[in-house]
Design a protein around this ligand. Sequence first.
Ligand SMILES: C[S@@+](CC[C@H](N)C(=O)[O-])C[C@H]1O[C@@H](n2cnc3c(N)ncnc32)[C@H](O)[C@@H]1O
Length: 306
Amino acid sequence: MVDPVLKWAGGKRQLLDELYARFPAEFDTYHEPMLGGGALFFDLEPEAAVVNDTNPRLAGFYRQVRDRPADLLTVLEGFADPGSDPDPDRPFTDTDRRDRAVTNYYYQQRALFNRRPNDEAFDELEEAALLLYLNRTCYNGLYRENQRGEFNVPVGRYANPDWVRSEAVRATSEVLAGTPVLERDVAYVRERANPGDLVYFDPPYEPMSPTANFTEYSAAGFGREDQQRLLELAQELDDRGVSVILSNSGVTFEMYEDAGFYVGTEGATRAINSDADSRDEVDEVIATNVAPADRGERGQLRLDRY
Ligand SMILES: C[S@@+](CC[C@H](N)C(=O)[O-])C[C@H]1O[C@@H](n2cnc3c(N)ncnc32)[C@H](O)[C@@H]1O
């Protein structure tokens, strides 16, 4: 029952009860191949799990949190307020690598974080610390990359941003202990999941309309073809006796129903737009191959959350 340490677009905290209601009565290893903020994984605290995200900086972050929480907190304690002056002892004090003016400490840290896609040497611990720092100080807590794979979210406006978060980092580290964190394409789960395991897929949502497009978690994106191969992957796992639960946007309802999954719709307001008045109301679907008779009492077990 740990809250996500990162704010991540598409976070599933509001959907936890509906997801638990589809859980099989029993399962062996839990797999979450599109982890993002990992709302379900961190709430569940599974005994045996494998997690993954194709975003290498996110996967690296979780490995550092898992393995070096104290070192990570020490680095975080050394960061300064986003609005303060750039650190004169580090690179990017005046301009970033695209010659844009670095007007404050935040933009210097953003430029440092973007070492990785630009093939410069980077330090894994520092990158992880920067990810959390930027997540707590950037505009709206968004993670977004441009076509070059650079993190490009502007500075946010917070009275007292808190980026050290000792308790959250330690709790996250404990949940991750012993859990492999991979950074592969979702297809790896084909080899890792065994009959009796449970896989929860939470892909970037298929847009409801061209204007409701939000799939920019990474430069690579997740398009229509990816949605199709994800469906095929879910079917393959189903054939092999793996339990599958998947959340997606309402437009995928028929796709999963036609493939023989149990599909339910959930109304949910996803806080992606910063302007509260224009937040898209998105109907989400949850598809699963777990038959109602095979579901467990987990919904009731989770009453301790109230
Ligand atoms: C909707 S988010 C997951 C949100 C998460 N359930 C939460 O509670 O925060 C989708 C995640 O899938 C990842 N992703 C995108 N394409 C992927 C792929 N091909 N394989 C694995 N992960 C992928 C993205 O980096 C993103 O973090």
